[in-house]
Design a protein around this ligand. Structure first.
Ligand code: DGJ
Length: 747
């Protein structure tokens, strides 16, 4: 049983032996929060966990005869602002024509086995009802005639609880929602490090940390996309927590548009976390009988440090978020022509690239931007989804056929949400672009955004894309999105509903994804937004992999992939080997290091194979064979971060199979050290202490405890004495080790 009830005191305890989440109905009928963290033994009454103390004269209280009962000092479950709680709330709603302080009081509960899907929104799911239980709490506001439903799902074997909320207008007056968060959590203290992932184009998801302090600290996006700049992920970790030990709470928001994740620390050092759609500029008109569903918040609790938190996210997303058909499917090693040709290609060139890639063992050819309309640079043709016969005179089908004849599958790039001002589509439908008619339209990469809040536009794109998928027998689609939304305005919405635009837009994007992925489940979708501008769990629900960053430099990727792995499985990160000097940094790194970084992701190449030397081709054949031999391990294994690139000259990480029989270790050193340490040891994680392991390149074996407590001895580094033998050296060096237990090798 995952959900315990104490009927008398109306308390709810969700626990699976790993975590506990406890709340209750307070004396005013609203919900109060009692505890979230490491699992507690169930008991009949948890009311002593409520902090209920006579406050100072400065605080407000609801009842004249109970000066201690004020919402300012009590932890709450889904707070409203207006009668004695002065912190930022989870909900703000009133009638369109009358003001009101929301007062949602407890009505009833319901327990469901498994987890219902969220209508129109990406969310975690269960296929087997035994995997999770869901508690739904119904609250009502009598004046508003509104029903608030809070959904809590606890997973059977994971330290994970997910939350969402929905609001139904059960009355006959229109309601206006000003703020509706996915979840709110009041923690009793502020002794945490606020940890998040921030950056910009080409350097996404760098790890940032700061101590929680009194006041509000937040991360957010108002760009119409989850963004390059802040990922909808936040961890609160105890100051003493490390990668491997200590308490960490992790939160992720399954949403791809404007979001807010904030922690408000009050004057008693209580920390209120609020996660949801960004309330700035948001207002939703709720007609009688209509409902509004919030996106879902994922909450993870770990006692095994930051790695423990990541393991829970990774397992959850592998098993309960990405499309189930890709859970156990091997993803093809791809070659993408973007950095090889940019817009400058024709059929002959592409087929030659594919032919050459096929000889290297590569499995999928992806034709990137520039195949449609008259797109010879980034100033035109978005929206004109018909093949450019100047470049491809025999059409896409012929190209696809020729590519397939080389032995590769064929995949195609789209940027469905965009429109170029000089496109045929814009001439025909100028009102389809997002913007305020008659006023200035701001460009981004020379393009405008299509109004995906309009169903007929989503339908139009569905027709275009599904026709091409069928005719060209596509195996893969890269869905790009290269600008953020400005002048957010739909020609289709009345003025009072313009504040709904951003949410309606992303619902349109989800709708197109939903229709295409359910009609073509065999097509692998890779999401992309100028690289990693929409790398979020909302996208992973449809597209099991995402282009991690436009930055393909192996050294920059160490930080980007390290940060991304905080929440997202390595097998969701598109990572390619590209040419040197690198196109984003002009840095030249060894081919071996480029592959050693890219192995920890969904592997591919983004270079012109016709420009490779014979030696490089031989090396790439070995890389491809190596990845093929280990990609199931990378897909299913447990990922451990070992050395942090943000504080070290070295980075290290590893993937260990679930049965601990094998592992893949990646070690990287950015700059060479003169006269380096004589003994360089890398302590591993996640192995079986008593198993005897063999490490590639060495005949001798090591027990798991040696590798984890003493460490793996790195080979001799160049020490400045010419003529002495050394196995590694120079800037940007790296090693990848395959480790296998002897017993399992024999079996
Ligand atoms: C941005 C993407 O991230 C790149 O990989 C490439 O597809 C370009 N767009 C094409 O315009």
């Amino acid at each position: 049983m995952l959900i315990h009830l104490n009927q008398k005191d109306r308390q709810f305890h969700l626990t699976n032996g790993q975590v506990s989440y406890i709340f209750h109905v307070m004396k005013n009928g609203q919900l109060g929060h009692l505890y979230y963290g490491k699992a507690l033994r169930h008991r009949e009454d948890f009311s002593h966990l409520q902090t209920y103390d006579v406050p100072t004269g400065a605080t407000t209280h609801i009842y004249a005869d109970d000066p201690a009962f004020g919402l300012e000092t009590l932890r709450q479950e889904f707070p409203a602002y207006g009668n004695s709680d002065f912190r930022e709330p989870a909900i703000s709603v009133s009638k369109a024509t009358e003001n009101h302080i929301p007062n949602f009081t407890y009505e009833s509960y319901q327990i469901l086995e498994g987890k219902p899907r969220l209508e129109g929104l990406p969310a975690t799911y269960t296929e087997d009802n035994h995997d999770a239980s869901t508690l739904q709490i119904l609250l009502k506001d009598e004046f508003l005639q509104a029903e608030l439903q809070l959904n809590y799902t606890i997973f059977l074997d994971k330290p994970v609880i997910t939350r969402s909320a929905s609001l139904r207008n059960a009355g006959s007056d229109e309601l206006v929602i000003d703020r509706f968060m996915g979840g709110s959590l009041d923690l009793p203290d502020k002794d945490f490090v606020f940890t998040h992932l921030a950056g910009t184009w080409s350097r996404e998801r760098h790890v940032k940390e700061r101590r929680l302090e009194t006041g509000i600290q937040s991360i957010s996006s108002l760009r119409g996309a989850s963004s390059h700049h802040h990922n909808p992920f936040l961890a609160l970790k105890r100051p003493e927590a490390t990668e491997h030990t200590g308490e960490v709470y992790g939160f992720n928001f399954i949403y791809s548009s404007n979001f807010l994740m904030q922690v408000e620390v009050d004057h008693y050092d209580m920390a209120r976390l609020t996660v949801g759609i960004h309330p700035f500029g948001f207002k939703w008109n709720l007609e009688p009988q209509a409902s509004f569903q919030s996106p879902e918040v994922v909450m993870v609790y770990s006692e095994q440090g930051v790695n423990g938190m990541s393991h829970a996210f990774h397992a959850l997303y592998r098993e309960h978020l990405i499309p189930s058909q890709w859970r156990k499917a091997v993803r093809p090693i791809l070659i993408n022509n973007w950095e090889a040709t940019y817009f400058d290609f024709d059929e002959e060139k592409l087929v030659k690239i594919a032919q050459s890639a096929s000889e290297l063992g590569i499995e999928l050819f992806v034709l990137d931007d520039g195949w449609f309309g008259k797109r010879n640079d980034d100033t035109s043709s978005l929206g004109d989804w018909h093949v450019d016969l100047n470049k491809l005179p025999n059409g896409l089908d012929s190209l696809a056929k020729k590519i397939t004849e080389t032995g590769l599958k064929f995949g195609l790039w789209f940027e469905p949400e965009m429109i170029s001002p000089n496109s045929e589509l814009f001439k025909e439908h100028p009102d389809w672009a997002v913007g305020i008619p008659g006023q200035h339209y701001t460009l981004g990469r020379n393009q405008l955004v299509l109004d995906f809040s309009r169903q007929e536009i989503v339908d139009y794109l569905y027709d275009k894309m599904s026709t091409i998928i069928k005719q060209t027998k596509l195996a893969y689609i890269k869905w790009d999105m290269n600008r953020n939304i400005t002048e957010a305005f739909s020609n289709n919405l009345p003025v009072h509903q313009q504040s709904e635009f951003f949410h309606r837009y992303i619902l349109g994007v989800y709708n197109l994804y939903e229709r295409l992925t359910s009609e073509f489940p065999h097509v692998l979708f890779e999401s992309c937004a100028g690289g990693g501008g929409r790398f979020d769990p909302g996208m992973l629900y449809y597209a099991p992999q995402a282009w991690t960053s436009d930055d393909t430099d192996a050294i920059e990727r160490l930080k980007i992939q390290y940060g991304t792995s905080f929440a997202y499985p390595v097998y969701s990160m598109g990572s390619h080997v590209s040419a040197v000097p690198n196109h984003q940094t002009l840095r030249s790194t060894p081919l071996q290091t480029r592959a050693n970084t890219a192995y920890f992701g969904t592997f591919g190449y983004e270079l012109d194979p016709l420009k490779l030397t014979e030696e490089e081709r031989e090396e790439i054949k070995e890389q491809v064979a190596f990845y093929k031999a280990h990609r199931e391990l990378i897909r299913d294994g447990q990922f451990y971060r070992l050395l942090n690139p943000f504080s070290n000259n070295e980075t290290a990480w590893m993937v260990v199979s679930q049965d601990h029989s094998e592992a893949l270790v990646g070690w990287y050193k950015v700059l060479a050290t003169p006269n380096p340490k004589k003994q360089q040891l890398l302590r591993l994680s996640g192995l079986d202490e008593s198993k005897d392991y063999q490490v590639t390149g060495s005949e001798r074996t090591y027990y798991g405890d040696e590798l984890m407590t003493v460490g793996l001895q790195l080979p001799t580094e160049f020490n400045g004495v010419n003529g002495r033998s050394f196995e590694r050296g120079g800037d940007f060096q790296s090693q990848v080790y395959y480790i296998r237990s002897i017993e399992d090798k024999l079996n």
